[in-house]
Design a binder for this molecule. Structure first.
Ligand SMILES: [Zn+2]
Length: 248
């Protein structure tokens, strides 16, 4: 005969067994769910990895596909130039930083000319280094206020070729970035910066000549008062611009 205690014990045992079975089922369900979640995470990681580059990559159209007048960031089309954008610092004749950040923008046609000239320089062991490229018209007005002398600063009423995206202020460096001696610093306003000034060491005269003859052979024109300034001739009649580049 089963006594009450025995019946109770069996009953409790059955409840425990049943509970265990249920827990095991649930655990199986959770485990399946987890596996699905992990699989789905893995899937997401793969998809994300594929998506991130195309979502973040800046679309840079080929230079050859652009109209000549389009403004381009030169660094998007060549890694071979050197930059020291002087107006993004206060180390310039204005003694003021007039650009939020240093970028070299020029018209597409100017970029093509610069890349060709730089290729020729690199074959001889040099690179073009930029001090200034496109310059917004408002910055031209600031410069004119400080130096209202057309020998050194273009009158903003007419505009500078810099405002048109066709002028660059440059020097040469060796391939490792060492500047060549050009006799004066950039933006030295005096006779010594003129092409006609020859009371300079032969090395300086040779460096200026190398810069000038090569730039001229690729369609750039020098001006008499500044050894560093070159105008790309096809842009001389372009319109003055006043956009400012992003500094992200
Ligand atoms: Zn210039």
């Amino acid at each position: 005969m089963w006594n009450l205690n025995k019946v109770c014990s069996v009953f409790v045992l059955l409840i425990i067994l049943s509970a265990c079975k249920e827990a095991s089922k649930q655990s199986e369900v959770i485990s399946k769910k987890d596996t699905l979640a992990i699989a789905s995470d893995v899937e997401n990681v793969i998809v994300d990895t594929l998506q991130i580059p195309s979502a973040e990559k800046k679309q840079i159209p080929p230079l050859a596909s652009l109209p000549d007048t389009t403004f381009v960031r030169l660094a998007d089309y060549s890694n071979d130039f050197v930059y020291e954008m002087k107006y993004a610092t206060d180390d310039n004749f204005l003694k003021a930083q007039v650009y939020d950040c240093g970028e070299c923008y020029v018209r597409a046609v100017t970029a093509k000319g610069l890349i060709k000239a730089n290729t020729a320089f690199m074959e001889k062991g040099y690179r073009i280094k930029f001090f200034d490229c496109y310059r917004p018209h408002d910055v031209q007005k600031k410069m004119w206020k400080i130096v209202p002398n057309p020998t050194y600063v273009a009158n903003p009423a007419k505009g500078s070729i810099h405002n048109k995206g066709g002028a660059v202020d440059i020097t040469l460096t060796t391939l490792d970035g060492t500047e060549l001696d050009m006799g004066t610093a950039f933006d030295f306003f005096g006779r010594k910066a003129r092409h006609a000034y020859t009371d300079l060491p032969q090395e300086v005269l040779d460096n200026r000549k190398l810069l000038k003859t090569t730039m001229e052979s690729f369609g750039f024109g020098a001006i008499t008062s500044e050894w560093w300034h070159y105008n790309y001739k096809p842009t001389l009649n372009y319109k003055v611009a006043n956009f400012t580049w992003d500094c992200d």
